[in-house]
Design a protein around this ligand. Structure first.
Ligand code: ATP
Ligand code: MG
Length: 494
């Protein structure tokens, strides 16, 4: 259905794609994996006509596409769901689905038809929402589902899904997978990009591994094991993904007492110096809301927060920052990164004061520190002066993480720290987190990645539907126990 022949693509200082050859068969789910910045999204943008290759040929249905563009590729049956959501927030779901593709009745839009059809697509995805709802009023996961509905509505023969599950809940992921299976049976071919390696085996037929713009190889998913895949992605063996030197914890840094607010109820927890406390639960359990309240972004109705024994006032990020708290937000695109600033400027924002004297920034020192993090996290960029907006999706996240890791804080709140991050960089982030607590910091880590929570935490708090349902020591915790609390199937709540 699609063939990339010797595709090469360059950006200033970067060989983003280097002689790539890949084929997509009808009804095949072809998985693309590789480190952040490996070239996955760029290759898909060559297919969609958003980028033009410098060398090589793109074939669709066996025919060379001489001159590609988003309109041409769409007319040839290629549907794209981009990594960055592309919906227009101010328009309704229905308008978004039919954007540029409006059904007409004479000179007017056939609203009744489009409404009906939108409802059909949504119900296929088991979404019970009015198509007239504005997109800006939807959660990120639901927006992702609307993107999918939009792609389905075009009856695409080939569908590209670029990290579709990164912000979906477990049940939404299930829906998505059943849609993929249905499309497969209809003969739709799909490219599927994800950093969540566990799920690939569930949906994929073949996998192509990319590294630094080159193709490492294409494999049958039946024939390649997970650890082999990890080694090929990272280009090295990762012996221990979760490097922890557990130490005896020190004083209590954060104490949350009976906190109640929007999305959570009567929450108490403590995080000590030298400790990583995991906060587990299903998506929607109220963890992000709790974190935002602790950091002072949102208000709460009752309860108290203490940092190092001193009570902090509610709803003041200024006070939280002064107390030494930092929050790595879940939605990094919007909250964490200035796209028009370069990597260095983004990174040093929180440490400016410690890098210079009396407000004068020491540029040399600043560059050294940034370069160190670029190297350690393997941030794919020719220079630290590259604009953040031009980085790959996962690389942008690494920049935000580096910014927080280098800040001198007492308490780090990380909300889904490794979502969308490649497996090699994950292990580096874990190592840096371990270093932070070894130096006496405290970490509260919200994560929906169970192996990560189990591997990294000293203690694991579990929330379910806004309530704290469990607290486990790392030596007594296992996957089943955490899930039991997450689904709140234990009678005894703590
Ligand atoms: N418009 C652009 N201008 C400059 N460089 C770019 C541009 N688009 C992509 N790049 C560079 O091309 C390389 C490949 O990026 P790409 O987005 O394809 O990576 P990716 O494999 O999708 O990574 P991720 O897993 O993080 O999404 C990166 O080094 C990136 O910085
Ligand atoms: Mg990408």
């Amino acid at each position: 259905m699609v063939e990339f022949r010797h595709i090469t693509k360059r950006f200033p200082g970067v060989l983003a794609l280097d002689d790539i050859n890949i084929e997509l068969k009808p009804g095949e789910v072809h998985v693309l994996i590789g480190e952040n910045g490996a070239g996955k999204s760029t290759l898909m943008k060559v297919l969609s006509g958003a980028y033009k290759q410098d060398e090589g040929e793109l074939l669709i249905d066996g025919k060379v596409v001489e001159k590609n563009s988003p309109i041409i590729s769409s007319s040839l049956g290629i549907g794209m769901i981009y990594q960055e959501l592309n919906l227009i927030p101010e328009l309704s779901i229905m308008k978004n689905i039919f954007l540029g593709n409006e059904k007409k009745k004479g000179i007017f839009d056939d609203k009744k038809y489009m409404y009906q059809k939108s409802k059909e697509y949504l119900s296929m995805l088991h979404l019970d929402i009015d198509p007239n709802t504005l997109v800006k009023n939807l959660g990120v996961g639901t927006q992702q589902m609307v993107e999918i509905a939009k792609a389905i509505s075009k009856n695409s023969k080939v569908l590209v899904l670029d990290e579709p599950t990164s912000s979906l809940t477990d049940s939404e992921i299930k829906e998505l997978f059943s849609i993929i299976k249905m499309l497969k049976e209809k003969g739709v071919g799909m490219f599927y990009i994800s950093h969540r390696l566990e799920e690939l085996y569930e949906v994929g037929d073949r996998v192509t591994i990319m590294r630094d713009g080159t193709k490492v190889g294409t494999y049958d998913l039946n024939e390649i094991k997970m650890d082999e895949m990890i080694e090929k992605i990272a280009g090295r063996k990762i012996e221990n993904l979760y490097p922890r030197n557990r130490i005896k914890h020190g004083d209590c840094v954060l104490e949350v007492k009976n906190l109640t607010g929007k999305g959570f109820e009567n929450i108490s927890l403590k995080v000590y110096s030298g400790e990583i406390a995991g906060l587990s639960g299903l998506v929607g359990a109220g963890r992000t809301e709790l974190a935002r309240a602790i950091f002072g972004i949102d208000n709460y109705t009752s309860g108290e927060i203490f940092v190092n024994g001193v009570k902090i006032n509610k709803n003041s990020t200024g006070e939280a920052v002064k107390a030494g708290i930092g929050l790595l937000p879940e939605d990094r695109k919007i909250q964490g990164l200035a796209l028009k600033k370069n990597i260095r400027e983004n990174m040093v924002i929180t440490v400016l004061s410690s890098l210079g004297k009396k407000g004068v920034v020491n540029l040399k020192k600043e560059k050294e520190v940034c370069q160190k993090y670029v190297d350690e996290l393997e941030i794919a960029t020719p220079t630290i002066e590259k604009l953040a907006g031009f980085l790959s999706g996962g690389t942008q996240q690494k920049v935000v993480i580096a910014k927080w890791l280098m800040a001198n804080l007492k308490l780090f709140i990380f909300d889904e720290p490794t979502r969308g991050i490649d497996v090699g960089a994950k292990s580096e982030i874990y190592r840096l987190m371990d270093e932070l607590v070894a130096k006496g910091a405290a970490v509260l880590m919200i994560s929906s990645d169970l192996p990560e929570v189990l591997g990294m935490s000293d203690r694991i708090y579990v929330m379910s539907q806004g309530k704290m349902t469990g607290c486990l020591n790392h030596d007594e915790a296992d996957q089943n126990l955490v899930l039991t609390y997450a689904y709140n199937q234990k009678e005894e709540a703590v």
